[in-house]
Design a protein around this ligand. Structure first.
Ligand code: AGP
Length: 610
């Protein structure tokens, strides 16, 4: 997803902005660029592809410039190319943009009629040309920015340089995240706090409708109507996660292997002796006694974690639980949203997913209580929520979510227990029984890692198949969906996840000796029915990769291959354990196929556009 960065101060602005862009690489992008003001001139370099392609041009900037803006682009309008890369510029302005301008075609045709010409296919270039036009008419930078702002529709966080004002950066915030980092004698801005968290002392989060003028010693903020807004600096206490690969070939492999530690850390954070830490779990900030129903909203893997949590949330709380894709939820008139009584739980690793953020705002308008399960402190979703359960899983850099997924499962499960205890549907004895099983989970997760060694034979046998099916019952059904999502997003193989019981309602027509099927068969309440499904697949010559107990002779007899995982008698913990083999399977198939595992094509780590 697009990311914007800026710096003004006394140091080498281009270097600082380039480093800020590197912090945003994890978001996924296809081109990048930097603009600076030096010697009264706007200087600009941009390139298609990764930052390394831009780095070759940085020497064209003088080392003296003290103000610069930068951008990593994830193409929305116009293909990835140098012409479409940001910054976009006119004679007076250079501009970077994160978001989508929904009325850009209308504005562009007006400007073309007035004789303006465009170099790119982007919506963004319309902003800077409109800005230039209004500046030519008003002869005021701030006037032109305010009038441009009022004309635009859609989501946009903007960073703007004006050649005639080399002492200032101008910012506009609407829909997409934008935060200022305040230093001493220097100031920063970025799409998220990671771009400056290690160098700035305070963060100032802009709200929708606000715009700012930032010099190296001052920050002025106005609302959409031009009224001054008091800035609210948030101290930054950032402990940078070890965001390097530590010898692993890919971030994704490192993050798969971090899972035992992440699970252990969650236990330390959320369990105190024989009690759950209801404060850290975000229970105390909610009016729990008022809640009559729960609605979970999320996207992608986070949505699947939400699907899985429904199985134990309903069981523990005896409350109805809905799970919705955020991209659907935000446009529906959901009548189940009862003011004060519906708890909306937003699940998001990045805390910046546009659809999930919009769903929270939609639910807030209906008066719902909002809780988020999130991995990034100070993120937009964190700040929009009444209560946030910070997963503290450490930075997840690989676009394909792994440790965040298993962390989400555990966090949602522990929250469900603490919430149930609070509303009286779970007693202390129940909590202690659960905690006893929880205490051995890190060991089981660690031993689940052992399947990595034996997986290569299976990978070598199946990596060239063009299609896969994943099937599971009960809590294994969401894990089947997750397995299919992992495989398709990093290996580009078409893969679908199904509830095993659904096979005979259509998908079994796909089963023949050319179709590998990953069958999740833990020794749980659904085991016998799952074995029946596997028999049905075998009767049609399907190629079966079983995931289950390595002592399960039935599974070994029926399957072409078995990936072993530890067995436990807790559905949430078993789901975590069953996830690990399918993560390794997807990872090593993708490596075998030579795809960009950490930054797969077309994908972004944080989808900040709708
Ligand atoms: C998962 O592997 C994908 N990268 C994607 O589906 C992701 O889970 C989704 O975009 C939600 O992201 P979030 O958790 O940051 O909101």
């Amino acid at each position: 997803m697009c990311g914007i960065v800026g710096y003004i101060g006394t140091k080498n602005a281009v270097d600082i902005v380039y480093k800020g862009l590197q912090q945003l690489e994890y978001r996924g992008y296809d081109s990048a660029g930097i603009a600076a003001i030096s010697g009264g001139e706007l200087l600009l370099e941009k390139e298609e592809g990764k930052l390394i392609n831009l780095e070759k041009h940085l020497s064209k900037f003088p080392t003296t410039q003290e103000i610069a803006i930068g951008h990593t682009r994830w193409a929305t309008h116009g293909k990835p190319s140098r012409e479409n890369a940001h910054p976009h510029a006119t004679e007076m302005f250079a501009l970077v943009h994160n978001g989508i301008i929904e009325n850009y075609e209308e504005i562009k045709s007006e400007l073309i009629k007035e004789g303006y010409r465009f170099q790119s296919e982007t919506d963004t270039e319309v902003i800077v040309v409109l800005l230039q036009k209004l500046y030519d008419e008003l002869k005021s930078i701030e006037g032109a920015i305010a009038k441009t702002f009022s004309r635009l529709e859609g989501a946009f966080s903007l960073g703007i340089l004006a050649k005639d004002d080399p002492e200032s950066m101008y910012l506009v915030k609407q829909g997409s995240p934008l935060v200022i980092g305040r230093g001493s004698g220097e100031n920063y801005f970025g799409s998220d706090i990671t771009t400056f968290a290690e160098v700035a002392k305070y963060a100032i989060f802009l709200n929708d409708g606000e715009w700012a003028k930032v010099t190296k010693d001052s920050i002025e903020l106005w609302d959409h109507d031009g009224n001054a807004v008091k800035i609210k600096p948030t101290p930054i206490n950032w402990t940078p996660g070890s965001a390097d690969k530590h010898g692993y070939r890919h971030y994704m492999l490192k993050e798969i292997h971090e899972q035992p530690a992440v699970i252990s850390k969650a236990i330390t954070n959320f369990v105190e002796g024989n009690q759950l830490n209801s404060e850290a779990l975000g229970v105390n900030a909610l009016a729990c006694e008022k809640i009559t129903n729960i609605s979970i909203v999320a996207c992608g893997t986070a949505y699947i974690a939400g699907m899985l949590s429904k199985y134990f949330l309903e069981d523990l709380t005896s409350l109805p639980v809905n799970v919705d894709l955020a991209s659907e939820f935000r446009y529906r008139k959901p009548h189940m949203l009862k003011e004060g009584k519906t708890l909306v739980i937003a699940v998001s690793q990045s805390g910046e997913t546009a659809d999930t953020l919009a769903s929270i705002k939609h639910a807030k308008e209906a008066g719902c209580q909002i809780m988020s399960v999130c991995n990034v402190a100070y993120s937009s979703i964190d700040r929009e929520s009444d209560s946030t359960l910070l997963m503290q899983a450490g930075p997840e850099i690989g676009v394909a979510s792994t440790k965040a997924f298993t962390s989400q499962i555990l966090c949602l499960y522990l929250w469900a227990n603490a919430f149930s205890q609070r509303i009286g549907t779970l007693d202390q004895i129940g909590v202690e029984k659960m905690l006893e099983k929880l205490s051995s989970l890190p060991v089981h997760v660690n031993s689940a890692m052992n399947c990595e060694e034996g997986i290569h034979d299976i990978v070598n046998r199946f990596y060239e198949f063009p299609n896969f099916l994943y099937v599971g019952r009960g809590p294994s059904y969401p894990i089947a969906l997750e397995g299919a999502l992992k495989l398709k997003e990093i290996s580009y193989i078409h893969a679908e996840g199904y509830a095993s019981g659904e096979l005979k309602h259509g998908p079994i027509a796909l089963v023949d000796k050319h179709m590998p099927i990953v069958a999740l068969a833990p020794k749980d309440d659904y085991y016998d029915k799952t074995i029946s499904n596997i028999e049905e697949i075998k009767a049609r010559e399907g190629l079966i990769i079983g995931v289950g107990d390595d002592q399960d002779q039935t599974l070994k007899r029926l399957c072409d291959a078995v990936i072993a995982c530890p067995q436990v008698d807790n559905a949430a913990f078993q789901a975590i354990l069953t996830t690990i083999p399918i993560q390794f399977l997807a990872y090593y198939i993708a490596v075998k196929r030579g795809t960009d595992v950490d930054q797969p094509r077309n994908l972004a780590k944080s989808v900040t556009v709708e």
